[in-house]
Ligand binder design. Structure first.
Ligand code: SF4
Ligand code: SF4
Length: 375
């Protein structure tokens, strides 16, 4: 172990017992790999390993602390902590207050804005039963955020042509990561609100005074909803886990409910939930705007997970030529939103669940979904 340590951090006492000098150790793990007795274990906490922006430190008295100047609210530490010692801020009581305050939606209407990844989540019930369950909780209407995604991709495709190089703005953790680590690249971030903000703004215009609650897989959306440009449109954010908790609190067995039909968005809006879906939707947006390849060649770089995003942003820092593309789809979670910290289930099945949900959309074009809304 002493031979492989690049920092000479392994020292031996008089009994020839090895010790690691923590001041010198850079935690590269080289010693653990060669130890024939497996005597060196990686005792990094799961949250520290999960945090890809090095926002968690355990120095002072071994108590973990989050550096909020670095944290991008991705929630990876929350899901990885085996003791449940890290939790995201919950707005579940705010949601209960909003519903009760509406007096059965007579004082104001309460809208549930459901993220497209919902299609892969409540695997024990049909999606239509989940929609019914949400209404049973006291929501007046359920709206697909995928429709906001349709609006975003339609606008973002034109913004891309105008600017030449663009990064997506749908994932608040990705946008926050750029702000905190690559501020010189902020000029490339799309000016569009996220699908959540976009659909909430639309609903608030349509029904002033109403309340909107986003329900999704995302802890970063809770932080996004506090931003001044979003807070006037989104009143509260809860995760799928918290939605399940609301069902449980009411002893609501959604499998016994009739199915409600929800069909606002297009195929392309719905596949935003998985990695690559946003890039596909922007390509479709270009096609529907009549932007042909002789006018603009779309070269997306699809990144899921902060490490992949970081690599792309490092390249873009050098130049768009080094990046080798003109559009970065940045999603902080592995696999996209189907890997979000507030998900009930994750994995490959979630991806196929989202694709199936997309295929079931009546509207096959983005324009079709948006114009149906305007009618
Ligand atoms: S929420 Fe994400 S960025 Fe923040 S400390 Fe946890 S893992 Fe790190
Ligand atoms: S990838 Fe999706 S779920 Fe994950 S932080 Fe970004 S928006 Fe939230």
């Amino acid at each position: 172990c002493a031979d492989v340590c690049p920092r000479d951090a392994i020292i031996f006492n008089e009994r020839y017992e090895a010790h690691i000098d923590k001041e010198k150790c850079i935690e590269c793990g080289a010693c653990a790999k060669v130890c024939p007795f497996s005597a060196i274990a990686n005792r990094k906490r799961p949250c520290v390993i999960a945090c890809k922006v090095d926002a968690i430190t355990t120095k002072e008295g071994e108590v973990a602390a989050i550096d909020y100047d670095k944290c991008i609210s991705c929630g990876a530490c929350v899901t990885q902590c085996p003791f449940g010692a890290i939790t995201d801020i919950s707005f579940i009581t705010d949601v209960i207050d909003i519903i009760q305050g509406s007096e059965n939606n007579e004082k104001y209407k309460v809208y549930a804005l459901i993220a497209p990844s919902i299609s892969s989540q409540f695997t024990y019930a049909k999606l239509g039963q989940v929609i019914s369950g949400i209404k049973k909780l006291g929501f007046n209407s359920v709206v697909e955020v995928a429709l906001g995604a349709d609006m975003v991709s339609y606008n973002e495709s034109l913004e891309l042509v105008e600017k030449g190089v663009l990064t997506s703005s749908c994932c608040p953790a990705f946008v926050d990561y750029i702000k905190k680590n690559f501020p010189h690249l902020e000029k490339y971030v799309s000016h569009n609100l996220s699908p959540m903000g976009t659909i909430a703004r639309y609903i608030k215009k349509l029904d002033p005074g109403c309340k909107t609650v986003f329900i999704g897989p995302c802890t970063a959306k809770k932080a996004e909803a506090q931003l001044s440009k979003v807070s006037e449109y989104v009143d509260a954010v809860i995760t799928f886990e918290e939605l399940q908790a609301l069902f449980d609190s009411k002893d609501l067995d959604i499998t016994t409910l009739e199915e409600e039909v929800l069909d606002n968005a297009s195929y392309f809006g719905r596949i935003f939930a998985r990695s690559g879906g946003l890039a596909d939707a922007v390509r479709e947006g270009l096609r529907e705007h009549g932007v042909t390849e002789d006018k603009f060649v779309f070269k997306p770089i699809v990144c899921d997970g902060i490490e992949a995003c970081r690599m792309a942003l490092l390249k873009l820092s050098r130049s768009p030529e080094v990046l080798g593309g003109n559009f970065i789809e940045g999603m902080a979670c592995a696999g996209g939103c189907i890997g979000g910290a507030g998900c009930l289930t994750q994995g490959r099945k979630s991806r196929s669940g989202v694709d199936k949900y997309g295929m079931e959309a009546n509207e096959k074009t983005i324009k079709g979904a948006i114009s149906a809304l305007k009618e």
